[in-house]
Design a binder for this molecule. Sequence first.
Ligand code: ATP
Ligand code: MG
Length: 360
Amino acid sequence: AISGAKTHSIACIPADGIGPEVIDAGVEVLKTLSNASGSFKLDFENYDWSSETYKKTGKYIPDGGLESLKKHDAILFGAVGAPDVPDHISLWGLRLAICQPFQQYANVRPTRILRGTESPLRKASPGDLDWVIIRENSEGEYAGQGGRSHVGQPWETSTEVSIFTRHCVERLIRFAFQTAQSRPRKHLTVVTKSNAQRNGMVMWDEIAASVAKDFPEVTVEKMLVDAMTCRMVLQPQSLDTIVATNLHADILSDLAAALAGSIGIAPTSNLDPTRQNPSMFEPIHGSAFDITGKGVANPVGTFWTAAEMMKWLGEEEAAEKLMQAVEKVCENGVLTRDLGGKAGTKEVTEAVSAEIRRIY
Ligand code: ATP
Ligand code: MG
């Protein structure tokens, strides 16, 4: 044991599909990192909540489950979703059932082209694309408000109501300005659709303009979400920090992940910026049943996720070294199939672990 070293307690929820494979890989690399650095300890506890549990018990999270999660410093999440459970049930049953009560209102998605990997954009190389997308994670289009009447009739009517509250929009936009301020370029793009949606979206623009006054160093611009998709493809260098609603940022961040090379690389953090509850970290990819159990899942998304988690826990140096190791391994051509290589999950994991030991 390392005396005097800080211990971070991590809850692991591997869940479905390739989730357990990538979380195993992530835990292995994190253990290597902790041993190599000697400056912090990690304590892992596994929670086997999944679509299997749901099919057996009718619940994803057992009674008292959330309470037991609360004692951890962070949550490392795999992926949820199974072919025989409707997506809206699995999503609300596990991920959102944690995000919402834990007030993880800021969903943060860094995107860049890692050294040794390629973007589908012909002219983009590492450095040309370096973004953080901040997604509203507590309300908006995914507030779950609405209903259906006259079900099955030709005149069936359904509503899916977007909820925007000044409180939630303002805290998110403030967080986005803080993020922009902490990055070298100090540039924030506020995305809305305020030409067509004249209530909530106009309120977003107004709140952004008023919060901007508290951040004089940050340059801020407004974009409509449709124009934003073109801008991301045609002028990726012109963007840095991006803030958008739950729905818009959901879509933009999938585009971002694809532009950066593969959905298997990208991380996401569900943060409670007040730090009253543990925050949750996960690769953006889903359960990917088509490749489950084959040993070919790309663990890089989980490694980058682990680095984001360590940064949130105050271990900046370890986070940087972990990303250095990941990029070195990519440069050395140890890549999974989604990145055009031949390596399996295990090979990439061992290569990253070896690289971490070499760096320290
Ligand atoms: P969900 O419904 O939860 O989004 P999904 O099964 O649709 O899950 P995604 O994660 O969205 O799967 O990914 C789409 C496809 O991308 C997968 O079917 C898989 O082929 C590929 N993919 C996703 N993640 C990875 C990964 N980590 N490594 C390699 N390929 C991946
Ligand atoms: Mg999917």
